[in-house]
Design a binder for this molecule. Structure first.
Ligand code: PMP
Length: 422
C-alpha cells in the first residue's frame, strides 16, 4: 500500500483540476456551498486563510482513520506509514517550490519559520551596530521577531519605505543596503496592498552587499508559481493553511550552509542523535529543527493540497485571480467615496479599501449579514496602516474558486451598506 496516495482515492473521483472549468473546481470546496445568515456564502477572506478542497479533507480524515501513529519512533507498520506520509509531504513541497527536501524544515507556519531564523540564525550573530532592514509593508510575523532579536543583541531596525502606489521604493532600498545591514526581511506579496515585490532582484542586490535575505512567502505560495531556487534568497517561509492546506502546517527553506551553521531553536525528541547528561549530539538538518511530534495529519493534508494546486495549475490560478481582481477593482472604483489601498502594477488579488464615512468594522458586519466574509481592521500590519494614516480598513481577498457573480453581489452589498451607514 502506498499511503502517499491518500486523499486521491474513492472519496472524490473528480479532484483533478486540469481541464475542468472553474464552476466544477469550485465544487471541490464543500464549505463554499453553505449559507451564512440565510444567504449563500461569499468567502472573500482568502488572504486570512484559504478554504480546503476535498482531497485535503480526505487526507486528514484518512490519516486518522487508517494510519494514525507517531513518526520516526515507531517500529510498526502504522508508524512507518505515518513517517512515509510526513516525509512524502516534505518531498512534494520541495518539488512544488523547486528546492531539495533536505533543506526544507517542516513547522507550524510562517510565524514559527521566521522565529526560527530569528533565534537560530540572527540571535547568535547580530551585534550592537548591526542593522536589520525590514520593509514597511511587513506583516507583524516579519517585524516582531526582529524587534525581539534587536532588543537582545543591540542591533537596530531600519525601515525600507514604500511609494504612494504601494510598491517598495527600490532606489531607497538599494541606498539603505549599507555595510551595517546584516539581514533584510521582505514579503514576497503584501497581505494588505497586494504588492508583489521583485524579490529576485532584491535578493540579488542584497547578496552583492553580503546581506542575508528572509522572504515571507505567506501570500505568494497559493497564488502563483514560486520557484525558491530562482529567487535566490537565503530563507523562504510559507504557511500551509493559505495554500488550501490544514492550519498548523508550514515550512522554512534555507540554503544548506545556513542550516549547517545554525544551532537548534527548540530542543526535545526527534531532533537528537544521542543524549547524555554530559551533552547531546543533534540530528542533521532538517530534523535538528523539528523537535517533538509534528502535525502529521496536517502534513498529509498539505501534501494533498500541493498536489491539488498543481493539478489545477499555478499559471491558470494566477490568470484566473488577476481576471477576478480586474473585475472587482473596476466595480469597486465606481463606488463613490471608496478608496483602494495599493495599486502596484501586477498586484495580487488582495483589495484593501475604505469608504468615506463608514467604519471598516461596521461595513464588514453589514456584509456578514449578507453572507459575505471579508476582513476588517489593521491586518497584522500596524506600521503600514499608521504610515498610510488609516485606523482600519476592509480587505477583500480573492481566490481562484471565487466567481464574477460573487463580485457583483459583493459590490451590490457594499452599495446597500453604504446607504445604511450614510
Ligand atoms: N506573513 C504574512 C504576509 C501573512 O499574511 C501571514 C498570515 N496572515 C503571516 C505572515 C502569518 O502566517 P501564520 O499565522 O500562518 O504563521
Amino acid at each position: 500500500m502506498n499511503p502517499v496516495n491518500l486523499g486521491k482515492g474513492e472519496e472524490n473521483m473528480h479532484t483533478d483540476g486540469n481541464g475542468r472549468d472553474w464552476e466544477a473546481i469550485r465544487t471541490d470546496f464543500p464549505l463554499l456551498a453553505r449559507e451564512v445568515n440565510g444567504k449563500p456564502l461569499i468567502y472573500f477572506d482568502n488572504a486570512n486563510t484559504a478554504q480546503k478542497p476535498i482531497p485535503v479533507i480526505a487526507a486528514v480524515d484518512g490519516f486518522y482513520r487508517r494510519h494514525n501513529a507517531n513518526v520516526a519512533r515507531a517500529m510498526h507498520a502504522l508508524g512507518a506509514e505515518a513517517t512515509d506520509l510526513y516525509e512524502d509531504a516534505r518531498e512534494r513541497l520541495a518539488m512544488f517550490f523547486n528546492v531539495r527536501a533536505e533543506d526544507l524544515v517542516l513547522c507550524s507556519g510562517t510565524t514559527f519559520a521566521i522565529n526560527l531564523v530569528a533565534y537560530s540564525w540572527a540571535l547568535p550573530r547580530l551585534r550592537p551596530g548591526d542593522t536589520i532592514l525590514v520593509s514597511r509593508m511587513e506583516h507583524h510575523a516579519n517585524i516582531v521577531p526582529w524587534q525581539l532579536i534587536a532588543e537582545r543583541t543591540g542591533a537596530r531596525i531600519a525601515v525600507a519605505e514604500i511609494l504612494p502606489d504601494g510598491r517598495l521604493d527600490l532606489d531607497a532600498l538599494r541606498k539603505a543596503m549599507t555595510p551595517d545591514v546584516k539581514l533584510l526581511a521582505v514579503a514576497h506579496v503584501s497581505n494588505v496592498l497586494g504588492t508583489v515585490n521583485p524579490v529576485r532582484d532584491i535578493c540579488r542586490e542584497a547578496r552583492r552587499h553580503g546581506i542575508v535575505t528572509v522572504v515571507d512567502g505567506s501570500q505568494a505560495a497559493p497564488h502563483r508559481k514560486v520557484d525558491i531556487a530562482a529567487i535566490g534568497c537565503d530563507f523562504y517561509a510559507v504557511t500551509g493553511h493559505k495554500m488550501c492546506g490544514p492550519t498548523g502546517t508550514g515550512a522554512l527553506w534555507a540554503r544548506k550552509e545556513h542550516w549547517r551553521s545554525m544551532p537548534p531553536f527548540i530542543g526535545g525528541g526527534e531532533m537528537i542523535r544521542e543524549v547524555r547528561f554530559e551533552g547531546t549530539v543533534f540530528n542533521d538538518p532538517p530534523y535538528r529543527f523539528e523537535a517533538g511530534t509534528p502535525n502529521i495529519a496536517g502534513f498529509a493534508g498539505l501534501g494533498a493540497a500541493v498536489d491539488y494546486l498543481d493539478s489545477v495549475g499555478l499559471d491558470r490560478i494566477a490568470a484566473r485571480e488577476s481576471e477576478l481582481l480586474a473585475h472587482a477593482t473596476e466595480e469597486l472604483n465606481r463606488i463613490e467615496g471608496l478608496r483602494i489601498l495599493g495599486s502596484a502594477p501586477g498586484k495580487a488579488a488582495v483589495i484593501s479599501f475604505l469608504i468615506d464615512g463608514a467604519h471598516a468594522h461596521d461595513l464588514a458586519t453589514l456584509l456578514d449579514l449578507e453572507g459575505i466574509a471579508i476582513r476588517s481592521g489593521r491586518h497584522c500590519a500596524h506600521p503600514l496602516l499608521q504610515y498610510l494614516g488609516v485606523a482600519a480598513a476592509c480587505r477583500a481577498s480573492l481566490a481562484f474558486y471565487n466567481t464574477h457573480e460573487e463580485i457583483e453581489r459583493f459590490v451590490a452589498a457594499i452599495q446597500k451598506a453604504r446607504r445604511l451607514l450614510g
